[in-house]
Ligand binder design. Structure first.
Ligand code: MUC
Ligand code: MG
Length: 373
């Protein structure tokens, strides 16, 4: 029974300022571009989604501009006229129309789920099978590039009971300089915090062997994507010899990547990102592969605003175990908001209301102010 059809889909580029420059190995973010999806249905319900990436084209194969162009030209026309309630049929149609393009697909799947949830009076987490928790722990990423500033930032977040998990972005500097930076942060924070690193693929195997040993010896809890996603044999060897668990991030660009990483034994933790799997339902397929393979989970981000962050959170609420917590801090890095219900961060966690859909609506004035002309 069809209760509504998809009438139109709009992809909107929104440029928002960040609290401070956010330095990743390959790119410094000083403003973040969100790709916001508005999916309008024949019954007047509007679903919201987000297809955001980081660093233009420097992180992934999709840029904000290509995501918008591909939605406008290929994906939206394929969906218009379809049953708005049948998320399976819509997503299978998109998989026929487009190879890859998981960022674009993730925003569209989110918008379909949001519309369905609003229509049925169910939260997205309920549509995904039901929640195991109402909140998730949220870590912060230290990426000012300066040791003293990073320590002061972490101390401030600890005092506010905002974060007690810190991921340090490294990889751009000489190895010994990066190691000194991380070890100094861990020494300052001690047992009050979990300190982890993200190398964003910048080490070769010789650097990774030394880097993982030193970080392990100095109390670092987790090492994210030290090697190139292409170097699968290296990842397998490093996963066997590193004293600290290795987490796959860039190595997972699809559910199928997750399967082959698990089969090869290339990581012991998976970073879950809705954008890199093709949506909140797709990311749960990767989580199920990990669960079956005994790989533990971390709820990761592409530095989305509130819509993408809440979409991720709704998926992560349904997981049996989320051993490594999450980094759903995107809205806290942005200094402006475009929805009328800012997310609730309290006592180290993001609290997710059990309201229909994502529980969000756009602030039209703020959207008009920040959308790209
Ligand atoms: C990444 O590699 O994890 C997510 C958080 C952050 O600071 O950068 C992104 C991308
Ligand atoms: Mg990463």
């Amino acid at each position: 029974m069809t209760s509504a059809t998809i009438e139109s889909i709009e992809a909107i580029l929104v440029d928002l300022p960040t609290l401070r420059p956010h330095k990743l190995a390959m790119h410094t973010i000083s403003q973040q571009t969100l790709v916001i999806i508005r999916l309008r249905c024949s019954d007047g319900v509007e679903g919201l989604g987000e297809s955001t990436t980081v660093g233009g084209l420097s992180y992934a194969y999709e840029s904000p501009e290509s995501i918008k162009a591909n939605i406008d030209t290929h994906l939206a026309p394929a969906l218009v006229g379809m049953d708005a309630d049948n998320v399976n049929a819509a997503m299978q149609c998109l998989d026929r129309v487009a190879k890859g393009n998981t960022f674009a697909k993730s925003g569209l799947e989110t918008a379909l789920l949001d519309a369905l949830g609003k229509r049925r009076g169910l939260a997205v987490s309920e549509l995904l099978g039901g929640r195991m928790r109402d909140s998730v722990e949220v870590g912060w990423v230290l990426a000012s590039g300066d040791t003293a500033k990073d320590i002061a930032e972490a101390e401030n977040r600890l005092d506010q009971r905002r974060h007690r998990i810190f991921k340090v972005k490294i990889g751009a500097n000489p190895l010994e300089q990066d190691l000194k930076h991380v070890v100094a942060i861990k020494r300052a924070l001690g047992d009050r915090a979990s300190v982890r690193v993200d190398v964003n693929q910048y080490w070769d195997e010789s650097q990774a062997i030394r880097g993982c040993q030193v970080l392990g010896d100095n109390g670092i809890d987790l090492i994210e994507q030290p090697l190139s996603r292409i170097n699968r044999p290296g990842q397998v060897r490093l996963n066997q010899r590193s004293p600290t668990p290795i987490m796959a991030d860039e190595s997972i660009e699809s559910v199928e990547d997750a399967f082959s990483l698990a089969a090869d034994g290339a990581a012991s933790v998976f970073a879950l990102k809705i954008a890199k799997n093709g949506g909140p339902r797709a990311v749960l397929r990767t989580a199920q592969i990990a669960e079956a393979a005994g790989i533990s989970l971390y709820g990761a981000t592409m530095l989305e605003g509130t819509i993408g962050t809440l979409a991720s959170a709704h998926a992560f609420l349904t997981l049996k175990k989320l051993l490594w917590g999450t980094e759903l801090f995107g809205p806290l890095l942005l200094t402006e908001e475009i929805v009328t219900e800012p997310p609730v961060y309290r006592d180290f966690e993001l609290h997710v209301p059990n309201t229909p859909g994502l529980g969000l609506s756009l602030d039209e004035d703020r959207l008009a102010r920040f959308r790209r002309p």
